[in-house]
Design a protein around this ligand. Structure first.
Ligand SMILES: *[C@@H]1O[C@H](CO)[C@@H](O)[C@H](O)[C@H]1NC(C)=O
Ligand SMILES: *[C@@H]1O[C@H](CO)[C@@H](O)[C@H](O)[C@H]1NC(C)=O
Length: 193
């Protein structure tokens, strides 16, 4: 094996590593809308539907965009999520460009910090899957237990969802650029040999 070939293997390895470690991080714009806010009457289940479609992974982040001063985001417990209790949030963000970084698997609950907004369905429950793709089992107790009565019944909507609200997540890192660099290096080295 000549030194050129070894260099080729080494660079190829680095490119692969680079692709694997970077490309899989996404920034999800919550609701695919330009503003985190009270759902409109045309799309009252926007956050429930969004959460069914998108499952962020560790390393991804959730972006809540809204006019600063007009709204806010709080992360709350499941109980507070269900009862719309805005007291003692886990996290409070109100800068209009709030980024929540996913650092572990589990279920995350968000709502607006503004009184009345949670009741109007401005709330989001997100499941972060394990690396193997399986979800954490729901934390509320199964049928027949005492906790069952407090389990919310989320409306299941199979209706029409406007296509424009279903854009895909924006890669936080440009995978296309990384791939292009990889291809160029690959081609250059092949050519050199
Ligand atoms: C998430 O990460 C970004 C960039 O590293 C940082 O600006 C932001 O404050 C973080 N969010 C939280 C809630 O810590
Ligand atoms: C996925 O990983 C989690 C945590 O490591 C584990 O509890 C779960 O059983 C795994 N699921 C499958 C289908 O392998």
């Amino acid at each position: 094996m000549g030194p050129k070939y070894q260099l080729f293997l080494a660079i190829q390895f680095l490119v692969l590593l680079f692709l694997q470690t970077n490309v899989i991080c996404y920034q999800f714009k919550v609701g695919n809308m330009n503003a985190w806010g009270i759902p409109t009457s045309a799309n009252p289940n926007v956050y429930t539907n969004w959460a069914k479609k998108y499952h962020p992974k560790i390393g991804d982040s959730l972006l809540f965009l809204y006019p600063p001063g007009e709204d806010s985001v709080i992360q709350v417990t499941e109980q507070s999520f269900i009862s719309c209790n805005l007291k003692d949030p886990i996290l409070y963000m109100n800068n209009g460009n709030s980024l929540f970084n996913v650092t572990s698997e589990g279920r995350y609950f968000f709502t607006s910090g503004e009184p009345g907004h949670c009741e109007k369905r401005q709330k989001l429950a997100v499941s972060v899957l394990f690396a193997n793709g399986s979800a954490l089992p729901p934390s509320y107790a199964p049928e027949g237990s005492a906790a069952d009565s407090s389990t919310p019944s989320y409306p299941t909507v199979f209706g029409y969802v406007p296509l424009k609200s279903m854009s895909s997540p924006v890669p936080a890192f440009s995978s296309k650029i990384a791939a292009a660099i990889g291809v160029i290096i690959f081609a250059a080295i092949n050519y050199a040999m």
